[in-house]
Ligand binder design. Sequence first.
Ligand SMILES: [Zn+2]
Ligand SMILES: [Zn+2]
Length: 317
Amino acid sequence: VKAVWFADGAVEVRDVPDPAPDSGDALVRVTRAGICGTDLALLEGYADFSGIPGHEFVGVVEQCPNEPDWEGRRVTAEINVGCGRCSWCERGVREHCEARAVVGLRGRPGAFASHVTVPVANLHPIPDGLEDDQAVFAEPMAAAFEILEQINIEPATRVAVVGDGKLGLVITMVLSFAGHRPTVFGRHSGKLELASHFGGLQPGDSGNDAFDVVIEATGRSSGIADALRRVRPRGTVVLKTTLPQSVDVDLTRVVVDEIRLVGSRCGPFPRALEALGSGRLEPKVLVEGVYPLSRAVDAFEHARSPGALKVLLDPSR
Ligand SMILES: [Zn+2]
Ligand SMILES: [Zn+2]
């Protein structure tokens, strides 16, 4: 089968052996996969990755030896695969299992391929009528919902999102869906307009006060300093960017102003799929291009271009 392969900062399309699902796995034929900032970070050296990336996807189950009822169903899947034995796994928190594999990121081939295998326990059915170009946002949308699981945002809470790229816009969409009006800071007037379309406020609309909660979603190393600048004393900064390198930040501000820093990664798929299934969210307006696997090199070039929004791969073409 064909797959995208990352090695030494280069993208290529390779023939790889057919994936062979273990007894607890499902073999999924991928119909859409999304390129995200983390994939671009991998390409720049984050996590010393080489192999098949891709962790945002939709597909159809082709084989599922242990639970054949899944066969033929349209699915997406959670990406953390726990060891099944440690205290985290026992509590059902496989995303913090120390021995975990992560589809397309660590120890398991990803979804930028015609097929991917995932444990049956990770599968989620796609609601009927939800098109692939929307459903492929389940993973990043779940990661955005994670913020609402971690911190309490009241109607009066002043929330800012720093970053108007695809991640910042998905977070804006999810916060608006939950009834909030985040102020969105960014560098591109076109994208800030999109943010308004999704229910975000423009910086000028929300006064000059510092924010109670600032969500950093810039994808850049300067993002955390930007976020710290906008939070009030005793406020909360939520960090969403994963970077290939460490950053230099002045933490004195955090101490003196008693700021709470919250790291935030993967989130609840059921909540994301329910929100997508409601039809009230339109993440597919973020899609700028859909490329067949054979044009993966062009797809990554597009995704890396300054200001690019969502680029998808369609391995079925
Ligand atoms: Zn991602
Ligand atoms: Zn474990």
